[in-house]
Ligand binder design. Structure first.
Ligand code: GCU
Length: 460
């Protein structure tokens, strides 16, 4: 069906649905088509096919074809072309420019008037986790929905701290797959598995005397385009579809993590100056966005984030901008991002992923991947090498702010931990998980955020 006819039909069905329920119900395809119309785009280029190497649009894994746009935007040159040579210029001029580009074109804007969240502890349980006595609180973050009572948002969060802690403890917050965090007393729900032969991450964290927390992203915003008129994004829009620069799910999930951090600031069990954020895959992207946008996160553990995370948009390798712009994934991004898979190209983006990493500077960030080849590897869809290149390209911003980047531009062997700087890299031998990198991450985090005075978000 031509797009205009489709949109006309959609507008009629939205009006009909609104009459019945007061709120439109759209499929992801319908919402995606509406966004294309709002942008004046008739068609998008197809994404890469990662499953069939014989497909005409098979994902590229040939390094010689991977860099059609070799020049990354310079994070240390302003939009007017002025070199950025002082931390003041970074904080006052360049960083806000980069944030504006990401807001408008890539991840979307968080509205100024997002309603308040009130946290309720719904259950407190004393339990043992890996033999360590602990206290688990299960919480709901109720979002004030007076402006659109048909939409309720209750953020699910669980927080576990050692029972015998003598004071507030550092906490690692994970974007959790599955339901309401770990079940007290029971086995943990789905999530990054334990490193081979080692204890689960939650036990490793508790063993250090720290706490762990799990926020449930889909309780903030659905992981589906059909959910964009619901969740926190829909609530702010009173059930209407998004404008092209409205936030997508990645920013919504990151916003929810920041609200969890608000709660931690009010809970005497937590040392809120020492809270880390971790996630894998789509939640690795969200962890990087959370870390970039909220300077209160002291350290980030960015697991296999790939396209939309640490992987440069400009790289033609594995997953592409065109995949992110498709109806299956566009909800992670701002609507404006679709343009770069239609009339524009990834080379037209005003920013790239190295600048998202740079927004975290000078705070410590651990970029984690599995192996690209070999038994049990995660494959190359996530573009480990490109993500490494982005981390290298973020290095000058770390250095400008008195911190250290990766310290090398040479792609290291799997298992090599580049942990001397604030920006850190390690590929583990396993697959699509953060599991085997937890011990290295926790050693790194201890050195950076707990073995000294509280970290200063503006400098080490
Ligand atoms: C797909 C998608 C990735 C994403 C991953 C996930 O592979 O292409 O971008 O990270 O799903 O499970 O989150």
């Amino acid at each position: 069906m031509p797009i205009l006819a489709l949109v006309a039909a959609l507008s009629a069905s939205i009006a009909a649905a609104q009459e019945q329920t007061g709120l439109p119900e759209l499929t992801a395809q319908q919402d995606h088509a509406l966004m294309m119309r709002a942008l004046g785009i008739a068609s998008l280029r197809p994404g890469a096919n990662g499953l069939d190497p014989d497909a005409p649009n098979a994902a590229n894994y040939d390094e010689s074809k991977a860099n059609p746009y070799p020049g990354l935007p310079d994070p240390l040159v302003t939009d007017d072309g002025d070199p950025v040579t002082t931390p003041e210029q970074w904080w006052q001029v360049r960083r806000p420019e980069i944030v504006e580009h990401f807001d408008r074109e890539v991840y979307g804007r968080v509205p100024d008037d997002v309603p308040a969240v009130s946290w309720e502890v719904v259950e407190t349980v004393e339990e043992e986790v890996g033999g360590v006595p602990a206290v688990t609180k299960r919480l709901l973050g109720h979002v004030d929905n007076v402006r659109c009572p048909e939409i309720s948002v209750d953020i699910q969060l669980s927080l576990t701290t050692p029972a015998d802690a003598e004071g507030p403890v550092p906490v690692i917050l994970e974007f959790g797959f599955g339901g309401f965090g770990p079940r007290p007393g029971g086995p943990p729900r789905r999530g990054p598995g334990p490193p081979r032969g080692g204890p689960p991450w939650r036990e490793q964290v508790l063993d250090r005397g720290w706490g762990f927390a799990v926020v449930v992203p889909v309780s903030i915003q659905a992981d589906d385009g059909s959910g964009l008129t619901r969740g926190i994004i829909g609530l702010c829009n009173e059930g209407r579809p998004r404008d092209p620069d409205d936030w997508g799910a990645l920013r919504a999930w990151a916003w929810g993590a920041s609200r969890a951090l608000d709660y931690f600031e009010a809970d005497p069990a937590v040392d809120a100056d020492r809270v880390g954020i971790e996630g894998l895959s789509r939640y690795g992207k969200a962890a990087l966005v959370a870390m970039a946008y909220d300077p209160r996160f002291a350290v980030g553990f960015i697991g296999s984030s790939g396209a939309g995370g640490a992987k440069p948009f400009r790289r033609t390798f594995g997953e592409l901008v065109e995949n992110l712009a498709s109806s299956g994934e566009y909800h992670w991004m701002a609507g404006n991002f679709l343009k770069y898979a239609g009339p524009l190209t990834p080379g037209d983006l005003p920013v790239d992923s190295h600048e998202l990493i740079a927004l975290c500077a000078p705070r410590p960030v651990f970029v984690s991947y599995g192996a690209s080849t070999g038994p049990g590897a995660e494959g190359q869809w996530v573009d480990q090498r490109g993500s490494f290149m982005a981390a290298v390209a973020a290095g000058p911003v770390y250095e400008l702010l008195g911190a250290r980047g990766l310290g090398t531009a040479e792609f290291p062997e799997v298992g090599t931990a580049l942990v001397d700087g604030e920006l850190t890299w390690r590929q583990h031998e396993g697959g699509h998980t953060t599991g085997p990198n937890w011990p290295t991450f926790l050693d790194f985090a201890a050195r950076r955020i707990t073995d000294g005075p509280p970290p200063d978000p503006e400098g080490p």
